[in-house]
Write a new protein. Structure first.
Length: 297
């Protein structure tokens, strides 16, 4: 197996043809090998060859200022940066950004905003060494998110065919190449009905949602008719990120927390966990899952 033949990012046919929004930022197209081959000894003293996901630090430099360092597989670093800034409410629209230039040799994403309030973007010092908070996603700005949560318009989860739900769970086996090769990663995917829009694998569940967010915002993809799949826990932070992007249905192979459950209920979302191999638990919105409907209405 050649690690470079595997992709951690998959786009559905319709998504591949999408244009970016008018005024979209200029993005680099940074690439990175997803896996590293190593030798490991097993319990019998034998040597085995295996692969590990390559976890890379990426420091977001916004107008020359260190904002955060994310630990990422690097499948879509520019989308990750856009999604992180959006979900942290540091930007309202991707058109606020002029460009994102990722430099893997230094582990930096140089992000330049358009001038605001008559003051030009500083541009910063590209040679300055980063000293930013470190994390593999760092969740959301939780306190600010809770305050904004009260002002959110409740979402309306559509009726969901059980057949579509089970088809989504089964189809995710096609989009976990990195996990099958090396494990130690999370998957996140956006679906419209049973059709894949985008799927990504990364070392953090939050990174996955942020990358999907970057894809959505860059291509003006609305969330009201979408479903978000994740292998991560359905925590309050994850629920808030989905709600911030207008996505009413969340599906996870993992479970939910009590606060995630409460927030989803207040927002009228559908929250499905422990999902896989023909089984699931619907924590919120079970009455909207219909066994005999052939699609999503």
């Amino acid at each position: 197996m050649d690690p470079n033949d595997l992709s951690a990012l998959v786009l559905g046919p319709a998504s591949s043809a999408l244009a970016t929004v008018p005024g979209a930022p200029r993005l680099s197209a940074a690439s990175a090998a997803p896996l590293r081959k190593i030798a490991a000894g097993d319990e019998h003293g034998a040597t085995q060859t295996l692969y590990l996901p390559i976890e890379r630090p990426l420091t977001l430099m916004v107008d020359g200022r260190e904002t955060v360092t994310l630990l990422t597989l690097g499948a879509a670093p520019e989308w990750l940066a856009l999604g992180y800034l959006t979900n942290q409410r540091l930007i309202e629209d991707v058109t606020e950004i002029r460009y994102i230039e990722v430099d893997w040799s230094r582990g930096l994403a140089h992000i330049s905003r358009h001038a605001q309030g008559g003051r030009p973007s500083s541009g910063g010092d590209p040679g300055r060494e980063p000293d930013a908070p470190l994390g593999c996603g760092l969740g959301t700005a939780f306190g600010d998110g809770v305050r904004r949560f009260a002002a959110l318009t409740p979402l309306t989860a559509a009726t969901l065919s059980q057949a579509v739900l089970l088809r989504i769970l089964d189809s995710m086996r096609q989009y976990d190449a990195i996990h099958r090769a090396a494990g130690s990663v999370h998957s996140c995917a956006l679906f419209q009905g049973g059709e894949l829009c985008a799927a990504v694998e990364d070392v953090s569940r939050h990174n996955g949602v942020d990358i999907i967010t970057g894809f959505m915002r860059l291509h003006a993809v609305g969330g009201s008719d979408k479903m978000l799949f994740t292998t991560g826990r359905l925590t309050a932070e994850m629920v808030m990120k989905a709600a911030h992007n207008g996505i009413p249905v969340m599906i996870s192979r993992n479970g939910a927390t009590a606060l995630g459950y409460e927030l989803a209920g207040k927002l009228g979302m559908m929250l499905i966990g422990r999902a896989g191999k023909g089984r699931y638990l619907c924590y919120v919105g079970a009455e909207r899952i219909v066994p005999d409907v052939p699609g999503v209405s």
